[in-house]
Design a protein around this ligand. Structure first.
Ligand SMILES: C[S@@+](CC[C@H](N)C(=O)[O-])C[C@H]1O[C@@H](n2cnc3c(N)ncnc32)[C@H](O)[C@@H]1O
Length: 238
């Protein structure tokens, strides 16, 4: 276990406080928020899922991916296990499932994925979209990726991952750079890409790409501008 775990309580507090407020103030259709819609990258992978598929969405939030995946799986007899450590995220997700008519396709679990393992060999698709960077120390990311690999079914199970790297925080009005150290470790995109290529040797890589991201986040009476290099990855298990 790395020394970064000593900073974890502080990082988790910051993450929970931010997301609790964000999910209270924004819903899945809030325009301008990052919850406004699913990422097309995720939906493209989900559309390859077959009959009776079982998906796990790790750090699901209020379900901007889980709900459309559940809708897609409804006629195929599939289900989505939605995991988040925030009760408010799962409450919002359950409301959205009700509104979308996919209650029977959704299961929820309130656990900390940093300290609890996923069931091995169980899922046709394991989605971890923007979750570990805030609450798992960099030095332990490889172990989490291996766990995600083990959770996928052999013979075609997918891992679909998005990871924010090189995160920087600025005061949006003055442009002054602020401390971004609440993000544990703050991975470098190149290091993460080489870790992914090494760990996923033998898997069929479907997509590996990076893109620049910018988010504006209200923090009291200041608005922060966060920038990140996002690493998007999907691969199929042999
Ligand atoms: C940036 S949001 C992304 C939500 C969702 N994946 C999406 O793309 O809309 C990160 C989510 O992961 C959850 N989360 C972060 N660390 C977690 C942990 N260690 N265990 C469980 N959930 C976690 C947060 O509560 C939040 O809902």
């Amino acid at each position: 276990m790395s020394n970064e775990w000593q900073n974890r309580d502080y990082a988790v507090d910051a993450d929970r406080t931010y997301h609790e407020r964000y999910f209270r103030e924004n819903n899945l259709s809030a325009p301008g928020s990052w919850l406004a819609g699913p990422d097309e990258f995720v939906l493209r992978q989900a559309r390859s899922l077959a009959k009776n598929s079982y998906v796990v969405d790790v750090g699901c939030g209020p379900g901007r991916h889980a709900i459309p995946i559940a809708l897609y799986l409804k006629s195929l007899g599939g289900r989505v296990l939605c995991i988040d450590y925030l009760p408010i995220a799962l409450e919002r997700l359950s409301e959205a499932a009700e509104a979308a008519g996919v209650v029977d396709q959704i299961e929820t679990q309130a656990i900390d994925v940093a300290t609890t393992s996923l069931l091995a060999g169980s899922y046709d698709m394991c989605l971890a979209w923007s979750v570990w960077e805030a609450t798992v120390p960099c030095a332990d990311i490889a172990a989490k990726l291996v766990e995600l690999q083990e959770a996928a079914k052999s013979g075609g199970g997918l891992n679909v991952i998005m990871f924010n790297t090189e995160m920087r925080r600025f005061d949006a009005s003055s442009g002054v750079e602020l401390d971004a150290s609440s993000k544990l470790g703050n991975f470098n995109a190149r290091d993460l890409l080489s870790l992914l290529r090494r760990l996923y040797e033998g898997w069929s890589a479907i997509r590996i790409e990076t893109r620049d991201d910018e988010e504006f986040v209200a923090d009291g009476n200041r608005t922060d501008r966060w920038t990140a290099k996002q690493v998007l990855f999907s691969a199929r298990k042999p």
